[in-house]
Design a protein around this ligand. Structure first.
Ligand code: DC
Length: 237
């Protein structure tokens, strides 16, 4: 599947398999995969490391804005592992940012406009040559509104909780099913209701509910869609 390079925007709810799907699509097309959520998670980790979160309250926005000036965030391709990894001040934090504590705070950080501005700028730079699959919440609506192919992925809350729980357990992390479910519900609520770039389906995004679909079925669906888009995508990004 060669031809001209486009941007593929993959948005959707938390834990509906966006990153797994995006990675497979990127591998299929020889594109790079960019996990925009990892950036918001890394900023959250930086705020936690700086001691800005305590048990009871979230830090004031000004403190996060001040921290932003000192954050050194970089996405780098690891050819050995064939994946893109995220670095915070030179330290690879790919696993640390997936911890439940980070998941618990990330929606607060992602709702801050100064954070979003900085991340969106980096995301657009990463997509400047196209040939990328980027997943997130606002990729089709804000980051790349002209993307040639936009998918909005979702699945039932129960299916999503099960997937996230399994992922944490497989990574050897402590997890409680109802805690995971509560975190997902809370994040979706905050992500969908914030003022700046809320999670919503772009008008021209194609909805896919994968609750009952295998990855193989999702790839068949994707290849068909891609062929249709690419044959008529000359005048778009
Ligand atoms: O995809 P994820 O669960 O790793 O994303 C972590 C959080 O970051 C999620 O709760 C919402 C936020 N996010 C966002 O606001 N915009 C994006 N483009 C990607 C993620």
């Amino acid at each position: 599947m060669g031809q001209q390079k486009i941007i593929i925007a993959l948005d959707g709810h938390s834990s509906c398999g966006k990153s797994t799907y995006a990675k497979l699509i990127a591998a299929e097309l020889g594109y790079s995969y960019i996990d925009s959520g990892a950036m918001y998670r890394a900023v959250t980790l930086a705020a936690m490391d700086a001691g800005l979160f305590d048990e009871t309250s979230a830090p004031p926005v000004e403190k996060i804005e001040a921290l932003l000036d000192h954050i050194d965030l970089e996405l780098k391709h690891n050819p050995e592992k064939q994946r893109t990894e995220i670095f915070l001040s030179g330290r690879m934090v790919e696993d640390l940012i997936r911890r439940m504590e980070v998941s618990g705070h990330v929606s607060y950080i992602a709702a801050i406009s100064a954070v979003r501005r900085k991340m969106v700028e980096y995301q657009r730079w990463l997509g400047r040559e196209k040939g990328v699959v980027m997943d997130g919440r606002d990729i089709g609506t804000v980051v790349f509104p002209d993307a040639a192919l936009k998918i909005f992925l979702t699945a039932s809350l129960e299916v999503r909780t099960g997937r996230r729980y399994k992922e944490l357990i497989e990574k050897g992390m402590a997890a409680d099913f109802s805690e995971v479910q509560k975190n997902l519900e809370k994040r979706d609520h905050i992500d969908s209701n914030r003022d700046d770039s809320p999670l919503k389906k772009a008008d021209d995004a194609i909805l896919l509910d994968n609750s009952e679909m295998t990855l193989e079925q999702q790839m068949i669906w994707f290849k068909d869609l891609y062929q249709r888009i690419i044959s008529g995508a000359d005048d778009k990004d």
